[in-house]
Write a protein that binds this ligand. Sequence first.
Ligand code: CFM
Length: 543
Amino acid sequence: MSDTVKEFDAQAVKDELLAGYPTKVARKREKQIVVNKTDEQGYSPEIQANTRTLPGIITQRGCTYAGCKGVVVGPTRDILQITHGPIGCGFYSWLTRRNQTRTKSADEDNFMPYALSTDLQDKDIVFGGEKKLRKAIREAYDIFKPKAIAIFATCPVGLIGDDIHAAARDLSEELGITVFAMSCEGYKGVSQSAGHHIANNAVFSKIVGKNENAPEGEFKVNMLGEYNIGGDSFELERILDELGITLVTTFSGNSTFVSMGQAPFADLDIVMCHRSINYMAEMLETKYGIPWFKVNFIGAQATAKSLRHIAEYFGDKGLAEKTEALIAKESAQVEVALKKVRPRLEGKTVIMYVGGSRAHHYQELFNELGMKVLSAGYEFAHRDDYEGRKVIPDIKVDADSRNIEHLEVSADEKRYSPRKTKAELAAFKEKGVPIDDYDGMMGEMEDGSLVIDDVSHYETEKLIEILKPDLVCAGIKEKYVVQKHGIPLKQLHNYDIGGPYAGFQGAINFYREIDRLVNGSVWKKLKAPWDDSPELMGSYGSD
Ligand code: CFM
């Protein structure tokens, strides 16, 4: 199947995809399907992103509520989270993302196994659901006695106009704990991306800086945009721990209300998923003076590179030596695993359409395996995630983006203290540490590959037909349709039943999983009976 690589003409594939659409749809998709080419200054062709999906198109995207509750706030275990809405919204966002958590002691709160919802009914939609919400908050408080309660709005809440913020304010006073609400109605933005921004704003203004207990440690970092899917954070915590780096908090995998409150004590923010949390990184820098840079812990080599950047930032000889020793030790194990599987995977092809950062990050792992990424794309990323932050000044802010509040943040009078001087930061940049920056996915992809934003269901099937990839990476909505073509699909959202895939041990897990999938014999047996004999015979049970 890998022969297709030679014949791959991205422009021809693009034309074929567009040919199936009515003119108006084709005109829009034309700007969102791009043949990759990076010029000498590092600029890629412009791609249209973060715009509405056209009605009638089957998209992979999720809603704003999903981005707010499911993605950013959901993984924090000691915030009691109540979905104000019909039961389905709470139910389907209940741990399906496989974000894991681990309490440090038996008496610590962990509400993640629960799904709390106001279960709005028709009569609440007609007469209003605010009273029901207040009652639900009191009831939940009486049962669980949490330190904090978060309220999430779903579509009908915005339509009927329940004042969830007034309810949160009143109940906060009444109960003497933090109660905060987020207007993250599903339709609020064009995708879950809007929900990330809403959650960033709420977490930053209601939680960050509210805990005055300074954590101990010489090298203190916050890890942003890591959500502990399949245990990724556990593997990264293990590595940081071995290096003597103190993780003040993660936003938000395996995190707590308590740890997020301490975030201003960190001296560095490392950003994994730029799309979902870049707002937080910027706000922490402006208000407290904590610099940030982009890391990637997906892929053994990317992990090593990111760890070296952290050591470089702290400028400590002991830390640098420890980092090198750890990389050497872990890489030896990675090499052993890679040696086994790489010969079986080299030259195989993959296409992947995932979220807002993994379609980029996972290319590292496929490169290590010698596999070729023919086409990749995000569901809801913005142009900066494709083309790099250098294009941010050129991004047109449309009515849909303007709909989402942008918090005006300024330096904190007491707590602002720049951890590094401008000259120091510039020197780090010189050395290749991506201070305040993210170069995006396209610059790292091969020229001539096909980059597709918000891929549609129709396009996915067409791409399979034309490219015949050895593997597709996407999510649950695509999985079984793809597998019926006899091509394995690896879910890069919740990792199916696997993981962790981050860090060194994660890379080893991933190599083995991809070998198992791509070289599994079951795919060759997926022939429909009518392919061989077009006439099926049947008989009645009574015959
Ligand atoms: Fe960031 Fe994520 Fe992703 Fe994302 Fe997501 Fe996710 Fe994702 Mo699914 S925060 S953008 S909204 S890395 S849930 S853990 S896998 S689409 S690529």
